[in-house]
Write a protein of this length. Structure first.
Length: 477
């Protein structure tokens, strides 16, 4: 099946195609529309035509339509999870238990949020009444990556639509299929034509044409820091709003007093879930010295026990990396870790499978130690199943090591001393700090990073604020 554009309520091809590859099989299984500036123009024009009626649609009706999409995602959960597993090489159980349910939840959440939103009034003594209108921006761009394709696409599209904007979305060319299917579900749910449009294709071609389009009023981007920097430059030139969710090199801090059963199990999950291809994955594991040897031993045992297999097999815990290109990058990082003097404690090489997956791009879960904080392996995002271990002594060194990168997306810390947990959390340069947990999400909280991990916040009312423009109305009394 081909992954098409979705413009003005219909699926349409572009003039050119790209291969759509199943990374677990290491071979193409379909095609993706490769859009250009003309396709982007058609999508933006459709969105512009749909905007006045959509912005004027009562909030209750917008909310009902978003909920209808959520129910169809629930109905098609298995089909969507299978599509996600084939496109991205991820275990189908991960897609069906976490990612696809979360996509439905994104629509449900913003269907609720928009009905509960309010704005401020500022009575100015007895002379005036000021109030704030929050109005939709118009046509907005939502650009998403390959690691959690439907989950992250809907995390942007749902608040943008709830707030009354029309959207041109650009999913990753590496994992286009669930975006294609989302188009079908939106039509079936009765979303008016042109309210959501989806442009498939390459970032530097379709994505950059979208960002450069003069009618785009805001760009919500999730992806690499390199591309985020480019988009920040373009949007700044045109004074267009940008929300940027970018890379990370997240620390997982384990103090010696932590519940080590829980800390190690969750640290292994944080390091290796989705083959380490989650922006929130904890790839730098920092352990207080008295617990270092024990954590190391247990973590290596858990990494070795992870079952690598066909993503479509429900028993599989580790699938393939998302693409040949990404596999090559991760293998290059493993080589670099060795050159830098790292000791590979487990993994460190390609995993070879039989049958359908014999040509797939699988990498063994890998733990490396013996590297200092300044080396490239501990500074650069790998975004694969590779974690490093470093010891620390005391709170000050823990904080210093945690903050010693250009990133600041998420941190986890593990301790039974809650007073220390609060004090350390306040000192970490990180948009999110999890205490005794990892990736526990409440969609009302602000989501985003500091330093080179992000600009702006998604989630809850922050997302609705991003997708609207506040207007002060001052009435003289
Ligand atoms: P990427 O930056 O290569 O691509 C992201 C999206 O941007 C894709 O749809 C791509 O086609 C598009 N794109 C690429 N070049 C573009 C351009 N010049 N103009 C407009 N669009 C362009 O990222 P990726 O490899 O797909 O995803 C992995 C990265 O995403 C990692 O760095 C990861 O940390 C990050 N990520 C961050 C978060 C977060 O919430 N902070 C979440 C998930 C992933």
């Amino acid at each position: 099946m081909d992954a098409l554009n979705y413009i003005d309520g219909k699926h349409v091809a572009a003039a050119e195609w790209l291969d759509n590859v199943d990374p677990a099989a290491g071979a193409p299984y379909g095609r993706v529309a490769s859009s250009d500036a003309a396709d982007v123009e058609r999508a933006v024009a459709a969105a512009r035509r749909a905007f006045p009626a959509w912005a004027a649609t009562p909030v209750g009706q917008r909310s009902r339509l978003l909920r209808a999409v959520a129910r169809l995602i629930d109905r098609d959960k298995d089909r969507l999870a299978r599509a996600e597993a084939i496109d991205g090489g991820k275990p189908v159980t991960l897609a069906s238990s976490i990612e696809v349910p979360r996509a439905a939840q994104n629509f449900d959440f913003f269907a609720d949020a928009i009905t509960q939103w309010h704005s401020e009034a500022h009575p100015t003594d007895e002379v005036a009444l000021n109030y704030t209108l929050r109005q939709p921006l118009g046509v907005v761009a939502c650009i998403s990556p390959w690691n959690l394709p439907l989950y992250l696409l809907t995390w942007k599209v749902a608040p943008a639509l709830a707030a009354g904007n029309c959207v041109v979305a650009k999913p990753s060319e590496v994992t286009p299929m669930t975006a294609h299917l989302l188009g079908e579900l939106c039509s079936e749910a009765g979303l008016p034509a042109g309210v959501l449009n989806i442009i498939q294709g390459l970032g530097p071609r379709a994505g950059s044409a979208l960002v450069a389009h003069p009618e785009i009023r805001a760009v919500s981007f999730t992806g690499s820091t390199r591309v985020g920097r480019e988009i920040a430059g373009q949007t700044a030139q045109r004074f267009v709003k940008a929300s940027l969710e970018m890379g990370g090199k997240n620390p997982n801090l384990i103090f010696a007093d932590a519940d080590l059963d829980d800390a190690v199990a969750q640290t292994a999950r944080a390091a290796f879930q989705n083959q380490g291809q989650i922006c929130l994955c904890g790839s730098r594991i920092l352990v207080e010295r008295p617990a270092y040897e024990e954590v190391k031993e247990r973590l290596v045992a858990q990494a070795r026990a992870l079952r690598i297999g066909d993503p479509l097999d429900p028993a599989t815990e580790q699938g393939s990396l998302v693409s040949r290109q990404h596999f090559d990058k991760v293998m290059g990082c493993l080589e670099l870790a060795r050159q830098e003097g790292g000791r590979v404690l487990c993994g460190g090489k390609r995993a070879r499978l039989e049958g359908r997956c014999r040509a797939g791009w699988f990498v063994e879960p890998t733990v490396v130690d013996g590297l200092g904080p300044a080396c490239r392996t501990n500074q650069e995002e790998i975004f694969g199943p590779v974690a490093t271990l470093q010891p620390f002594d005391g709170v000050d060194e823990a904080v210093q090591l945690t903050n010693a990168t250009r990133y600041g997306l998420a941190a986890s810390l593990w301790t039974r001393d809650l007073s220390r947990a609060h004090r350390v959390a306040a000192r970490l340069q990180s948009g999110i700090v999890w205490v005794n947990c990892w990736m526990m999400r409440d969609l009302r909280t602000p989501f985003g990073g500091v330093k080179e991990s992000g600009v702006g916040r998604e989630g809850g009312f922050d997302a609705l604020r991003f997708f609207t423009e506040p207007k002060n109305v001052c009435v003289k009394l």
